[in-house]
Design a protein around this ligand. Structure first.
Ligand SMILES: [Zn+2]
Ligand SMILES: [Zn+2]
Length: 307
């Protein structure tokens, strides 16, 4: 069987049960992921590591609580529940070594592995005719990411993972674990119903004016001073606001507000017609020239990420 979980490490959050404080990266505004085998807290954004604190740094409460599940924890749980099963894990942490990827896949094909646990790595393009059971743990992990494509990505991933079961002539079973069994993306993926998903999704996109009903421009400013990033965007964006058929959102702090000690602000432009897009590009196309020694500026046309 394949067990899929799109989150590596042991637990994504280390939390103080006394005061609720979470161990965060000092350089990025994200929680650090606890990795048991390496015995390190690791920031998945800047890769900095640190030792696990023995007590809460804020209230000195002894012992921190491991919140949430990553592939490393899932592996430990499966091994404990099914001690007779041979379990292997495929993620960025276990596959760093050269040839590890091929080694695990070949062992799995030869049925030397009973349960293969993995992240996105096991979702794509792999053909295992003998896999008859696929489980997706926390299928809705990506559903509430603040990105208009959250549902699309969830559907795509679930449909892809589900497609790993019952290839060839053996029928297969797919189990999705979700808090939102009624969500249209989860429903459509469970039934492998692409048309139903697209119909719902297009309705949502039309109502909110996101692609394919507009084209997006995103400007990201990253500076050591938060005020600098914000001000640069305010100045750059001002002439955009009067353009017809262009909607300007922001500037606002990015979802991940700080990475590697740089504060991140962004703005988003929805251009509702090809002419509006041309005008917007003529107005903001050179925004990267505004970058200074202390502030990085990136213009992203049809951005793949809004984080
Ligand atoms: Zn505390
Ligand atoms: Zn970091």
């Amino acid at each position: 069987m394949l067990l899929f979980l799109n989150r590596r490490g042991y637990s994504p959050v280390l939390l103080c049960p006394g005061c609720g404080e979470v161990v965060k990266c000092e350089h990025c505004s994200v929680s650090m992921t606890w990795h048991v085998r390496r015995a390190r807290l690791i920031c998945h954004w800047c890769c900095r590591e640190k030792r696990r604190p023995e007590m809460c740094m804020t209230c000195q409460h002894p012992g921190m609580h491991e919140l949430g599940v990553g592939t490393e924890r899932l592996e430990a749980v499966v091994k404990e529940k099914f001690p007779q099963a041979i379990v292997a894990r495929m993620d960025a942490d276990t596959m760093a070594e050269r040839g590890a990827h091929e080694r695990v896949l070949s062992a799995f094909r030869k049925k030397h592995i009973d349960v293969l646990i993995g992240t996105q790595m096991i979702a794509k393009g792999l053909d295992f005719p003998d896999v008859t059971l696929v489980g997706v743990v926390s299928a809705d992990t990506g559903l509430f990411v603040p990105d208009y494509r959250a549902a699309e990505r969830t559907f795509q991933l679930l449909a892809q993972v589900a497609g790993r079961a019952g290839r060839a002539d053996k029928p297969g079973t797919v189990v999705l674990q979700t808090f939102c069994p009624d969500n249209y993306a989860v429903q459509a993926a469970a039934r492998n119903d692409y048309d139903a998903f697209v119909q719902q999704e297009l309705l949502f996109r039309k109502q909110t004016g996101y692609p394919p009903f507009s084209r997006l421009l995103r400007v990201l400013a990253e500076a050591h001073g938060e005020g600098e990033a914000r001000q640069l965007l305010l100045d750059a964006v001002a002439p955009m606001r009067s353009l017809p058929d262009v909607e300007v959102l922001g500037p606002a702090p990015a979802v991940i507000a700080k990475v590697k000690d740089r504060w991140r602000w962004h703005m988003l432009c929805k251009c509702y017609t090809p002419a509006a897009f041309e005008k917007a590009m003529a107005t903001i196309g050179t925004v990267e020239d505004r970058a200074t020694r202390t502030c990085r500026v990136t213009l992203d046309v049809d951005p793949a990420s809004l984080m």
